[in-house]
Every structure is written in structure tokens, then in C-alpha cells.
Write a protein that binds this ligand. Structure first.
Ligand code: ADP
Length: 283
């Protein structure tokens, strides 16, 4: 069975700098690295590492062949990852010696995905498959409607938060995953507390404090494993990828949340994003 992910693929361009440059200042970086990122790509890699088969739906530009190859190298199917003209999504990350950062994101081809293709792509889906998406691409409502028309359970990570994007999706979702800040933003935007949302299962991640699940049987808290974090980038994406993979593989929600927390706890002990998401046998 398969998880069909609609999501962003970004080049994470990290420039180490002695301090964040002031307006007008020219500054030499002391180091540079280029990694695979984007919340969509991270979730697809996480779900693959959890043992699920994943089809990633998205787009990269003419500069993005290496990202497509790297996703494929991690075992993610890239049959529906289009290559087109123009720049890929990218994040320019300035990181200083105090760990302070400043980030510019260029959506690039992540916002130029062919929405007319969703229905045909999802016609390949089978009973038991899941659909998963997040907030960095175009076509969210079209994808949600195509997935529901095929009867697929639909999971959404409301990240990065955008009230206008999330509100029309709520009625279509089976699972909504948010961090605490996103949950508060959604409550402010809609006036609805998490337990009042029209979604069967809502999972709120609470960083080092763990996670909360609001489902048909009520409200349940899960403690996170105790670890020494060095870099929390990608923790939420690892959590969501593992969670949906667990559900797709037939785990009950509580078991899938515990699996997701074990994976996210290992992830925060590592520097980097998609390239360092732990495999299931490393948990
Ligand atoms: P996001 O990365 O989206 O902001 P969170 O910070 O809530 O999301 O983290 C997602 C999940 O990652 C948490 O529910 C938890 O399981 C795990 N996690 C995050 N930070 C820590 C930490 N310091 N120790 C252990 N687990 C963590």
C-alpha cells in the first residue's frame, strides 16, 4: 500500500556567518552546505524510513535534478515529481555562531504543480492507501477533493500555518497534525478549539512535552522520550511522516503516535533535515 504525498521539495542552502548581516552589509560566509529539505520532502522521506511505500507528488525546476535523485535514493517514488523550467523551491538560511538564524524561502516550482493531474495520479491508488499533504504547495483544495473522491483517508500537516489555506480543508480531513503554535493560530482564525474542529483525529505536537491526541474517544496526552536536542529542524515533519506510515501499516492511533515520538526524539539529536531522518531500526 502507498502514501500519496503532495508536498514541497526545497534546497536548504545553509550559510554559516559570524553574525547576521545588517542591511547594506556584505559579509563572507565561513561555511556552506546544501541539503534536501522542504516539509513535504521531509515527510515523504520519514514515511519511507518508517517502512511505507511513498509516491511524492510535486515539482522541481531545472536546478532540482539532484533533489529528485536524492529523494529516489531514499526510496521515495518520484514518478509524479515533475521537472519544469524556473527555479526550484529553496530556503536560504543564514546561521550565526549563537545559533540565531534568518531564512528566506523561495516557493519556486512548489507553487506551480499541475493541479489538473491529481485525479489521474490518484486513480492509481488502492484501498488502504493514505493521502498526505502540507501547506507549501498550490492545489491544496484540489488535492483534498481528488483524494476524498477516491475514498482515501486524508492527513494534513498545517505547516507552515496559513488560516486561509487550512479553513476550507477542515471538512475534508481525517487527520490534522499541528504544533502548539499552529493550533493556537487556527483557534484564533476560526474561533474553534481543537476539540471542536470537524476533523476525526487532531494531533497537536508539544515539542519536548510530547503530543496530544483529540479523537472520538476523547483527549489523550503522550510524553516525549527524554533526549538532549541539538537541532529541532524537521522534528514535526519526522513525526507526521512516521505517524501516517504507522496508520497506513495498520497501527492504532496511540501506537502510531508512540512510534512517531520515538522517531522525532532521535531526529532532534541530529543536525540537518531530510538527509538525517532516522530509519525504523535505529529507533
Ligand atoms: P515542530 O517541529 O513542527 O515545531 P514540535 O516542536 O512540536 O513540532 O515537535 C514535534 C515532535 O518532535 C514532538 O511531538 C516530539 O515528539 C518531538 N520532539 C520535539 N522536540 C523534542 C525534544 N526536545 N525532546 C524529545 N522530543 C522532541
Amino acid at each position: 500500500m502507498t502514501i500519496w504525498t503532495l508536498g514541497s521539495v526545497n534546497a536548504d542552502l545553509v550559510f554559516r556567518v559570524p553574525h547576521l548581516p545588517a542591511p547594506g552589509e556584505t559579509l563572507a560566509a565561513t561555511d556552506f552546505s546544501r541539503g534536501l529539505g522542504g516539509k513535504g520532502a521531509n515527510m515523504s522521506v520519514a514515511a519511507t524510513r518508517a517502512g511505507s511505500r511513498v509516491e511524492h507528488i510535486g515539482a522541481v525546476g531545472e536546478d532540482g535534478g539532484w533533489m529528485k535523485d536524492r529523494l529516489a535514493g531514499y526510496g521515495v517514488s518520484v514518478t509524479h515529481l515533475a521537472e519544469m523550467r524556473g527555479p526550484s523551491g529553496q530556503a536560504v538560511i543564514e546561521l550565526d555562531d549563537e545559533g540565531e538564524n534568518r531564512i528566506i524561502i523561495l516557493p519556486g516550482t512548489n507553487r506551480r504543480i499541475d493541479i489538473m493531474g491529481f485525479d489521474e495520479i490518484l486513480s492509481e491508488a488502492e484501498e488502504g492507501d493514505w493521502a498526505l499533504f502540507q501547506n507549501e504547495t498550490n492545489g491544496l483544495l484540489d488535492f483534498a477533493q481528488a483524494a476524498k473522491a477516491r475514498g482515501l483517508p486524508l492527513a494534513h500537516a498545517a505547516a507552515p500555518f496559513d488560516a486561509e489555506a487550512v479553513a476550507p480543508l477542515l471538512e475534508l480531513l481525517d487527520l490534522l497534525v499541528m504544533n502548539q503554535v499552529e493550533a493556537e493560530q487556527l483557534q484564533t482564525a476560526t474561533g474553534l478549539a481543537p476539540e471542536a474542529l470537524p476533523v476525526r483525529d487532531v494531533v497537536i505536537t508539544l515539542g519536548a512535552k510530547g503530543a496530544r491526541w483529540i479523537g472520538a474517544d476523547g483527549d489523550r496526552s503522550f510524553e516525549a522520550p527524554k533526549v538532549r536536542p541539538v537541532d529541532t529542524t524537521g522534528a514535526g515533519d519526522t513525526f507526521t511522516g512516521y505517524l501516517v506510515a504507522g496508520l497506513e501499516q495498520g497501527l492504532a492511533m496511540a501506537e502510531a503516535i508512540e512510534l512517531a515520538q520515538r522517531a522525532a526524539a532521535v531526529m532532534v539529536t541530529r543536525m540537518g533535515t531530510a538527509d538525517v531522518i532516522p530509519k525504523r531500526d535505529e529507533l
